[in-house]
Write a protein that binds this ligand. Structure first.
Ligand code: 9D3
Length: 266
């Protein structure tokens, strides 16, 4: 079981969000345990002060080192990995989430706007993680994003139909569009292939549509995918098809105008 302890001024934010959906199920099934703790518990004065103005001036209040250190000492043990959510951190990726899912204990420190005393980072933090290049008002939403992304890699958390390995980022492509009944809606028809019942044909079609969607929406991801497909193609002894790019061009030219429209490719 992966244990995650979150140190935050707003424990309800973490406990609330972690009790729903896939995360909530994982908690119920004892595959994951998310516990939160507030440094306010370790504040010294009768106002329960946990932050103060930055030395040298500047925006925002800085969280005091001592209540954070006492919170860390309460939860930390020898196999803990301590993470600080921070705009200065390594950007969270699918790869990092997968690696973190193999840990036995994560401690996630959340700062509020202004951040925490640097000495806690220096003395206790193993890794700083950011969730992307935009400004949040604190680490809590970042911690929840990390917890969600990490828990999907814990065996048993996802149903057999939705393994994290098959998920779009692991394959290097975005997902193809999906459709359900009715077959026709607002004048747009579900592509005929999907109704054919030919699962081999459907599987190949989905990969090619995914590749085209990725080319249009995320050329950076498409480039990387194409290079890895080219690598596989070069390694083949007997070439039964054209190059990956030639095959994809053929597929595009054979798509009907209606299919291009309903797939969002026009
Ligand atoms: C005085 C504040 N800013 C100076 C330019 C820096 C700053 C500190 C702390 C800006 C935002 C925050 C709060 N952000 C987080 O705690 C945070 C975060 C983020 O803002 N973006 C992306 N990932 C993360 S993870 C934690």
């Amino acid at each position: 079981m992966l244990q995650i302890d979150v140190i935050t001024l707003f424990p309800e934010m973490i406990e609330g969000a972690a009790s729903f959906g896939v995360l909530g199920q994982a908690m119920k099934s004892d595959l994951l345990r998310v516990t939160s703790h507030t440094p306010r518990e370790f504040a010294n004065d009768r106002h329960r002060t946990v932050d103060d103005r930055p030395f040298g001036g500047g925006d925002g209040m800085i969280m005091l080192a001592e209540p954070l250190e006492k919170s860390l000492q309460k939860v930390q043990h020898k196999n803990s990995k301590v993470i600080y959510m921070s705009p200065q951190g390594d950007v969270l990726t699918d790869k990092l989430a997968r690696e973190l899912s193999k840990e036995e204990h994560l401690v996630i420190l959340c700062g509020r706007y202004g951040g925490i005393d640097q000495r806690i980072i220096n003395e206790y933090v193993d890794q700083e993680i950011s969730i992307g290049d935009y400004v949040l008002s604190g680490g809590e939403l970042g911690a929840l994003v990390v917890i969600d992304a990490v828990s999907r890699f814990i065996p048993g958390v996802l149903g057999h139909d939705e393994s994290a390995d098959k998920d779009s980022f692991s394959e290097g492509l975005l997902e193809h569009p999906n459709f359900t009944r009715p077959r026709e809606y607002l004048g747009e028809e579900v592509p005929e292939v999907l109704l054919s019942g030919n699962h081999k044909r459907i599987g190949e079609w989905k990969v090619k549509v995914s590749a085209l969607v990725t080319l249009v929406k995320r050329p950076d991801l498409f480039q990387a995918w194409l290079e890895s497909e080219n690598e596989k193609y070069r390694a083949l002894k007997k070439k039964k098809t054209g190059t990956p790019l030639a095959e994809l061009k053929k597929f595009w030219f054979n798509l009907s105008l209606d299919d291009r429209k309903v797939l969002g490719l026009t």
